[in-house]
Design a protein around this ligand. Sequence first.
Ligand code: PEP
Length: 255
Amino acid sequence: MTRQFFVGGNFKMNPITRKDKLALVKVLNDAELDPAVEVVVSPPALYLIPLAESIRKDIKIAAQNCYFKDSGAFTGEISPAQLVDAQIPYVILGHSERRTLFHETSEEVAQKTSAALAKGLSIILCIGETLHEREAGETGKVCQSQLKAVVDVLKKAIGGDSSYPKIVIAYEPVWAIGTGKVATPQQAQEAHADIRSFLSKAVSSAVADSTRIIYGGSVNGGNCKELSTLPDVDGFLVGGASLKPEFVQIVNSKK
Ligand code: PEP
């Protein structure tokens, strides 16, 4: 099964100024990007629509979060229905910063995933262990339990297994995010293979085979090539380096 390579750029709460945003768009719009790669960038909510309007059409846009309700008295939130109306095709859910700083539980992430899928959005679903959990030998257990919350909700949802083509799983070890400490190729391959094997048991071998599992955590222009050759690494979710011209190199890491 060939899985299309996927590179996402998570801008987080950057850039601060609209001028910097324009510079970033210009770099991407002028770049020669591998046409075989699916590229998605995720700006702060404020920039979703202007970015969608100014960026080249072969780059898709993702929100960094959404709520599970369509509308109502939920100050500060945006809904899947609003993202669909704004023609934003992707949403990142369960990023470790949402889980740790904003205390989102795996059950809430699953509820949001189900609601976003029901509206037709595609999901970049983030999972990953802390350093403490890795050192305790719990990497597999933590990733599986974060993923199981979603699998369980989808089993009961309309559409069930047919939703999986709309999910990209981002394995992002928390200790590697924004730290400059990238997982070794062996650590990344092991975790990705383990996630795929869990999907095979918990859902089906067809879903395990076809689901893209991307790596995130201090990916940069220097380490992307080697990671991109790993059999179970189907792309990257990039934070810091997605704000720099080297993002182009990461998109083109298979070239
Ligand atoms: C991220 O925030 O998803 C991420 C992977 O960040 P960084 O690339 O900066 O480690």
